[in-house]
Design a protein around this ligand. Structure first.
Ligand SMILES: *Cc1c(COP(=O)(O)O)cnc(C)c1O
Length: 222
């Protein structure tokens, strides 16, 4: 059972409530741990953007679904020895957080593919165990990536500290929105924030892309 239409309705309701145009909010279906059949079902209901976090399961799925016009986003933690797999198989990476990884992805992006779309992951809650750059280091990383021809910088991504309180959820999202407005450069069009449990707060604060897993596919198996 796939709740795609219900999630889309929630996005429209939240947009309406916070005076935003629903067509400025895109939906990434986070399909990590889900079987291929679920992705095909979602595609048949009109979904084309999918997010994966684990390369070991993502690459076989991307390969199996290569004849479908899907857009694949890598949203998982990145290690240096995995950048090549991302560069060769994905359309987007949203979890870029270091200059070294940017350089490797730029070097490894195959010439026959379009530049890799990039969102920089911001450690907005400044948690020591979280990946992503601190806000203070963001301008420097943006400037460096802008010079890399095989990367197309599209915006920012955040995964704030977990809380179920709506007003608390809005605080880091608002900080992300300010950073996004302030640092906006050419081709910047993506503010990726909001998951199943904090989607409404993210939309209230200006998200242009929400990343939804359990809300669409149900509780994760793993
Ligand atoms: C798993 C994951 C999501 C989706 O989370 P849900 O709570 O299932 O909607 C979104 N973003 C990232 C980075 C994730 O790892």
């Amino acid at each position: 059972m796939i709740n795609l239409s219900l999630v889309k309705k929630h996005i429209i309701d939240a947009a309406t409530q916070f005076n935003r145009s629903p067509d400025t909010i895109h939906l990434l279906a986070v399909s990590k741990t889900r079987p291929i059949i679920d992705i095909v079902t979602a595609f048949k209901q009109g979904q084309t953007r999918f997010g994966e976090s684990y390369l070991q399961e993502a690459i076989p799925k991307i390969h199996a679904l290569r004849d479908y016009p899907l857009e694949w986003h890598y949203i998982g933690a990145l290690q240096s020895n995995k950048t090549r797999l991302v560069a060769e198989h994905f359309d987007w990476i949203q979890s870029l957080g270091t200059l070294k990884h940017a350089q490797r992805l730029n070097d490894q992006r195959p010439q026959h593919l379009a530049p890799l779309n990039v969102c920089i992951q911001v450690n907005i809650s400044a948690e020591t165990q979280k990946s992503g750059v601190l806000l203070s280091d963001l301008p420097e990383l943006i400037a460096a990536i802008k010079e890399m021809p095989r990367l197309q910088l599209r915006g920012l991504m955040a995964l704030p500290a977990h809380t179920l309180d709506f007003n608390q959820q809005r605080v880091p999202f608002r900080a992300m929105y300010h950073a996004y407005q302030q640092l906006k450069t050419v081709n910047f069009d993506t503010l990726s924030m909001g998951m199943t449990n904090d989607m409404v707060a993210a939309i209230a604060e200006g998200a242009t892309l929400v990343r939804i897993g359990t809300g669409i596919f149900g509780a994760r198996i793993k």
